[in-house]
Ligand binder design. Structure first.
Ligand code: RB5
Length: 142
């Protein structure tokens, strides 16, 4: 189960992400927002971050205009490793090295084609669990 959240700036891209998840039959829980009416991204970052940190959802996807505010907010929740990605190399590396559990993207930064490739890469790449990475992730958790 993937937790989804966005603000008004992220809403247009979130619709594209949802279409992809539907097509792939990937289950998700959508915490909103559900329109382009102005709202506050920390509200949605908090709900998605808690759903992931509490184990109710395995991973999360957060989208705002830049991806910055919503990732900063999500990373305030213990256990969350939210990675802002604008390319597939970063999406792959952050899963392998950081065991990132939330993908953040900026709807005003990248187009839908790239965003979907990033989502696919993020969801399909396993954590490497190599001792050097596990040691560093443990230090983050400390
Ligand atoms: C909203 O205008 C915008 O500030 C927000 O989507 C995000 O980019 C913040 O980091």
């Amino acid at each position: 189960m993937i937790a989804l959240g966005c603000d008004h700036g992220g809403y247009p891209l979130m619709k594209e992400v949802i279409a992809y998840l539907d097509e792939q039959k990937i289950e998700y829980q959508n915490f909103g927002t559900f329109s382009e009416e102005a709202c506050d991204y920390p509200v949605f970052a908090k709900q998605v971050a808690h759903a992931v940190a509490d184990g109710k959802c395995e991973k999360g996807i957060l989208i705002c205009g830049t991806g910055i505010g919503i990732s900063i907010a999500a990373n305030k929740v213990r256990g969350i490793r939210a990675a802002l990605c604008g390319d597939c190399f970063s999406a792959k590396a952050t899963r392998e090295h950081n065991d990132a559990n939330i993908l953040a993207m900026g709807a005003r930064v990248i187009g839908p084609g790239l965003a979907i490739e990033i989502v696919k890469t993020f969801l399909e790449t396993p954590y490497s669990n190599a001792p050097r990475h596990a040691n560093r992730v443990a230090q983050i958790e400390d």
